[in-house]
Design a protein. Structure first.
Length: 558
């Protein structure tokens, strides 16, 4: 039976009886459920005191930072698992794995390690801060890891491809150990950096690898040009593409498990002067649905939008450029109105996230299942609500309009700059103005702006230049200084800004008259519509984003 840590600390003279009583009282109401020692450390007790008491309590030898290994003795081990469980593998000898732990009460992590690798476990105690610091040192030196992997790819692995270009040789290249590790590392790094896309772009003397993080591209790795064919062959093999075909664009898909996540990767290749440009879009299957509030809807916009999506029939369009979060908004909208009383069917390309209680269809053009043909059959399935991934042509628009006319609530997306632009875009496609006015009940435009990192957020004075740019009176501005949490960018994550245009009688009259975008917009603003720029400014005032971000995504309004 282990003695209580409070008794040991009391005997050592590091705390008093009063400290024990206060700590126990805090534990009773502590929402985070911190341990006894954690509360004491938060209250000012040095980690060394807790450390020595834990060593005595659990009868564990102590290991110092200077005795930590320079590399992990286990090949296939997740750093996130080690950090989460405060475990540092030290060495393997005679089928015994020696580890250091920062939390001796966490037996689950130790048992998981034993079950995964089959070694007997010998446990020592080390300071939590030392373990975290050392794991970050070993794992954080990403450049060094990438360099080691590239050095492992020998000339023998990749030579001959330029001369032969044979399919069998390309396939062999793709299965070399070094190339497999390199491609795995690129994907793993992208997931850890929260990237949405990986761009592999061949040049004359090097291959540039860039990650899109929070909407912007960052150059992360540079590979020698000689390695390109091996890397591209590996990616194409995983994507089930034709390895030998380099003249035509191709699309593929990879399912991987990395960093404890199931990732669905959509791969696209297109031929360029120096080889095929490859883009891999990463979709985290386990990502929980974001609510409309988390997307960035404030009370004003949410009241208007919620009132619209609860109507029994009509068409709702979400507009914006590629990557502006339209699909996420559609999913959040369906999630908000999903219930056992309603049948919801979607047709998408691709199905990005699986939703419980909703029938989702994947577009397959090769076998004739397009948006238009799928939508035509969906209507026969007696749905209440339909979601069409995108209105791309007159055929799809016509069937969607018909579905909205016949008592269905239909959601879809369009590529336009603002909400009023969607109305004229439909008519330009060939939809009659009377059909648009009678079916369309709401159009919402949106953009994504980067959130200021909450770890390094600071106030800054408002410059006259910024005030002139915006023509708004703002007293306080916030910015991110850059820290380890945001990789020095000052931003972490994104939030939406929105422009919601409910179609009322005044707007319908303008639609029937085939009014211009400017006329519709002026009328909507006079009726109280908040523009994208104005919604962005509201988020600047609240310290959520910066003026530069709002200007970046709303330049079209200037």
């Amino acid at each position: 039976m282990h003695r209580k840590i409070g008794e040991i600390l009391l005997r050592k003279g590091l705390i008093s009886e009063g400290d024990i009583s206060r700590t126990l009282e805090i534990q009773k109401t502590d929402e985070v459920r911190r341990r006894f020692g954690e509360i004491l450390m938060d209250g000012g007790l040095a980690e060394e005191g807790i450390f020595s008491a834990l060593s005595e309590q659990f009868d564990m030898p102590i290991i110092e930072l200077k005795d930590f290994p320079q590399e992990i003795p286990l090949e296939k081990i997740s750093f996130s698992f080690l950090e989460k469980n405060l475990i540092l593998p030290l060495e393997i000898r005679n089928n015994v794995l020696k580890i250091a732990v920062g939390d001796p009460t966490n037996t689950e992590g130790i048992e998981a390690l034993k079950a995964s690798f089959g070694y007997d476990i010998s446990v020592s105690l080390a300071k939590r801060t030392d373990i975290i610091q050392h794991l970050q040192l070993l794992h954080g030196s990403r450049t060094a890891v990438m360099q080691r992997v590239m050095e492992d790819v020998t000339e023998d692995d990749i030579k001959g491809e330029i001369l032969t270009g044979e399919v069998s040789h390309l396939r062999d290249l793709a299965q070399e150990k070094g190339i497999i590790q390199l491609v795995n590392l690129i994907v793993e790094n992208a997931v850890k950096d929260r990237a949405s896309d990986i761009h592999v772009e061949p040049g004359e003397i090097s291959v540039r690898v860039r990650y899109r993080i929070d909407g912007l591209l960052y150059e992360k790795e540079t590979l020698p040009a000689r390695m390109y064919s091996a890397v591209s062959s590996r990616i194409k093999l995983l994507s089930q593409m034709n390895i030998a075909e380099r003249r035509l664009p191709q699309d593929g898909r990879i399912n991987v498990s990395t960093a404890g996540k199931e990732i669905d990767i959509r791969v696209s290749t297109i031929p360029t002067v120096y080889g095929e440009s490859i883009v891999m879009r990463l979709l985290d299957k386990e990502t929980s649905f974001i609510t409309l509030e988390e997307l960035g809807f404030d009370r004003v916009i949410l009241d208007i939008y919620e009132d619209t999506i609860k109507k029994p029939y009509g068409m709702i369009l979400i507009t914006g450029p590629t990557g502006s979060g339209k699909s996420t908004t559609l999913y959040a909208s369906l999630d908000r109105i999903n219930s056992a009383e309603k049948k919801i069917i979607t047709i998408e390309e691709p199905v990005e996230y699986l939703m419980t209680g909703i029938n989702q269809i994947q577009v397959r053009p090769k076998i004739g299942l397009t948006f238009a043909s799928g939508l035509r059959h969906i209507v026969r399935q007696d749905p209440d609500i339909i979601m069409v991934g995108e209105v791309r042509d007159m055929e799809t628009a016509g069937i969607a309009i018909h579905a909205a006319l016949t008592g269905h609530l239909l959601f879809s997306t369009l590529h336009t700059n603002d909400a009023p632009g969607a109305i004229t875009r439909l008519m330009d496609m060939g939809v009659e103005s009377y059909l648009v006015s009678s079916t369309l009940i709401c159009v919402m435009a949106q953009r994504l702006v980067r959130r200021i990192c909450r770890h390094c957020r600071v106030k800054q004075p408002v410059s006259e230049e910024a005030m002139k740019k915006l023509n708004y009176n703002i007293t306080d501005l916030w910015t991110g200084e850059g820290c380890e949490h945001c990789s020095g960018t000052g931003y972490r994550g994104r939030i939406g800004i929105f422009e919601v245009l409910p179609i009322n009688d005044s707007i319908r009259e303008l639609v029937m008259k085939r009014a211009t975008v400017k006329e519709i917009k002026d009328k909507a603003v006079s009726l109280g519509m908040r523009t994208l720029r104005e919604d962005g400014i509201e988020k600047v005032k609240k310290g959520v984003t910066t003026i530069d971000e709002v200007l970046r995504v709303t330049q079209v309004e200037m």
